[in-house]
Design a protein around this ligand. Structure first.
Ligand code: 5GP
Ligand code: ZN
Length: 112
C-alpha cells in the first residue's frame, strides 16, 4: 500500500516515535506547524478520515484520545494544546490514513 503512514508504522520510513502499542503509533510531524506538533494514528489503515468513524469502529478513537491525554501530560502541555483532524482536500488532508494532529507551544490563536 502506497501510504506514508503505513510505511512509518512498518518502519520503512524513519520517524521520531513518541508512543506505540498494538493499535496506535504516535510520532512527531516532519513539518511542525507549532513548537510541539505530533501525530497519533491507528496502525490499521482501515479508516481514511473522521468521516469513516461509526459506532462499530469508534473504539480506536477513544483509545487514541486516551493516548493523547497521556502524551500531553508527559510532555507538560496538558494545559494548552489543540487536536486537529483533517478530512478531505478542502481541509488540507494530504495523507489519507486517519490521524490526529496535536499542536502546542506559543500562541495557537483562535480557531473556529
Ligand atoms: P494532513 O495534512 O493530511 O492532515 O497531515 C499530514 C501530516 O503528515 C502533515 O502535517 C505532514 O507534515 C506529515 N507528514 C507527511 N509525511 C511525513 C513523514 O514522512 N514523516 C512525518 N513524521 N510526518 C509526515
Ligand atoms: Zn496507511
Amino acid at each position: 500500500m502506497d501510504c506514508v503512514f503505513c510505511k512509518i508504522v512498518a518502519g520503512e520510513i524513519p520517524s521520531k516515535k513518541l508512543y506505540e502499542d498494538e493499535q496506535v503509533y504516535a510520532f512527531y510531524d516532519i513539518a511542525p506547524a507549532a513548537p510541539v506538533h505530533f501525530l497519533v494514528i491507528p496502525k490499521s489503515h482501515e479508516l481514511t478520515c473522521a468521516a469513516d468513524i461509526n459506532e462499530q469502529n469508534s473504539e480506536i478513537v477513544a483509545h487514541i484520545f486516551s493516548v493523547i491525554s497521556r502524551l500531553v501530560r508527559e510532555l507538560g502541555i496538558e494545559n494548552g494544546f489543540r487536536v486537529v483532524t483533517n478530512c478531505g482536500e478542502p481541509a488540507g488532508q494530504t495523507v489519507h490514513h486517519l490521524h490526529f494532529h496535536v499542536l502546542a507551544g506559543g500562541d495557537l490563536g483562535a480557531m473556529a
